[in-house]
Design a protein around this ligand. Structure first.
Ligand SMILES: NC(=O)c1ccc[n+]([C@@H]2O[C@H](COP(=O)([O-])OP(=O)(O)OC[C@H]3O[C@@H](n4cnc5c(N)ncnc54)[C@H](O)[C@@H]3O)[C@@H](O)[C@H]2O)c1
Ligand SMILES: [Fe+2]
Length: 407
């Protein structure tokens, strides 16, 4: 990256960091179970609810418990279940129409990050009917209080239940972008591990690696605070303690709960301290080819950590110690290599592999441009890179360079 752009990026990031204590961050109130939802809806004087979910969750019957609770309390509810992975502007438009036609006044995002992000974007459109989602891209473009929004994550996960982001893909251009503003932080998050029991092993692994990527990118960035460092470390510890075993046996409720909490803490860390180039590249691949978000992050993470070199060794050493991978006596550079090696080994073990076969060589300049646009100047990454430098990672991810393919 040229020196002028570097100065611009670092000045922008320092400005945001200095502003951090004065910004209206908040955390959602945590509900431990679905059964508190009717009472919460009544407390907010709401009467008609739109539940936003996806077909997979609907067909598994995961929302039935919620439906029964709402029906028992006489609260009318409507369901939008067409959310797709990497939710689109069309999903938001359809759900918004359902919200208005049924005179709803509250939203429940029930599912993975896709359903929760769709619900957040619907909320944004409810309060800003004249502004398109594309116009809300970036930071601080919503600035109006959303209708009551309750997030029920069924993956662990994106942390979307606590973040100020909603990531949406333009149905026409396939450009995937984030809308970031404080009103998008849900009022309530229901961390109920029962709704994650049905997650199959591969999705458990990829969504768990997404949470790990949040914690790592937030921790190694330049805009951490004492609190976000603590949250990121706790998330990493919980993920290393639990992910492997829930991958093999998804029925352990305590371990599923630990993963939900890990995802929540990682979300708390990155909503204030940002993600980095791993996410920027993953979003471009999710938009263009529908590559699942967690899968893309998992594959990209070791490449980017390697490229940051010695600038992140000390931090990766601290993460490796917290994860229980190395002892505190291990030299920094050795611990950092071990941390990266372990992520690669986890990817191999989970069948995630080390390439993204969907990438087409001719798309790389456009994708790298998208990643550059998303990350610079916003993300306080340890080493700045421009589109040309980011393009190299897409090349590395091309399948032709690798022996191993994902499942
Ligand atoms: N807003 C944020 O802060 C934030 C952070 C990270 C990622 N994201 C976004 O979130 C999206 C990814 O979300 P995700 O990884 O949670 O996946 P997802 O919501 O796209 O769901 C993936 C698949 O898992 C299935 N699924 C979900 N829960 C299940 C369960 N309990 N049992 C069985 N199947 C289940 C769904 O039906 C779907 O087929 C991406 O669009 C990503 O960009 C948002
Ligand atoms: Fe993510």
């Amino acid at each position: 990256m040229n020196p002028i752009k570097k100065i611009y990026c670092r000045t922008f990031q320092t400005g945001l960091k200095l502003a951090l204590p004065f910004l209206p961050y908040r955390k959602p109130k945590i509900l431990g179970s679905l059964k508190n939802i009717p009472e919460t809806i009544r407390k907010h004087k709401c009467s008609r609810v739109l539940i936003i979910t996806d077909e997979g969750i609907l067909s598994l019957g995961l929302i039935r418990r919620l439906e029964n609770r709402l029906a028992a309390e006489g609260i009318p509810y409507f369901i939008y279940s067409k959310t797709v992975a990497n939710p689109t502007t069309s999903n938001v438009a359809e759900a918004l129409e359902l919200y208005h036609t049924n005179h709803c006044d509250a939203l429940i995002g029930f599912g993975g990050g896709s359903s929760i992000d769709c619900a957040k974007a619907v909320g944004a459109r409810v309060v800003k009917p004249k502004q398109s989602l594309a116009k809300m891209k970036g930071i601080l473009k919503v600035h109006k209080r959303l209708p009551l929004l309750i997030a029920i994550p069924t993956t662990a996960g994106t942390g979307s239940e606590t973040t100020l982001a909603s990531v949406i893909t333009d149905s026409v251009t396939r450009y995937k972008y984030a809308i970031n503003d404080f009103p998008l932080i849900p009022r309530y998050a229901v961390l109920d591990p029962k709704v994650t029991l049905s997650l199959p092993p591969f999705l458990t692994a990829t969504t768990g690696m997404d949470a790990l990527t949040h914690a790592v990118e937030a921790y190694i960035g330049n805009s951490t605070t004492y609190a976000t460092r603590k949250e990121a470390l706790l998330a990493v510890k919980l993920i290393f303690e639990n992910l492997e075993s829930v991958y093999h046996d998804g029925s352990d409720l305590d371990k599923r709960r630990n993963m939900l909490h890990a995802s929540f803490y990682a979300g708390c860390a990155f909503t204030k301290s940002y993600v980095g180039y791993v996410h920027a590249i993953a979003h471009s691949l999710g938009g263009e080819y529908n590559v699942p978000h967690g899968l893309a992050n998992a594959v990209i993470l070791p490449y980017i950590l390697e490229a940051y070199g010695s600038s992140v060794h000390k931090k990766l050493y601290l993460l490796a110690v917290e994860a229980g991978i190395v002892s505190p006596e291990t030299p920094c550079d050795q611990a950092a290599s071990e941390f990266i090696r372990t992520i690669r080994a986890m990817n191999a073990h989970f069948g995630i592999g080390n390439s993204i076969p969907e990438i087409r060589k001719e798309d790389i300049p456009k994708l790298a441009h998208y990643a550059d646009k998303e990350a610079n100047p916003l993300y306080p990454v340890p080493v700045l890179m421009d589109a040309k430098e980011l393009a190299k990672f897409y090349d590395m991810l091309l399948e032709e360079h690798h022996g191993s393919r994902r499942n």
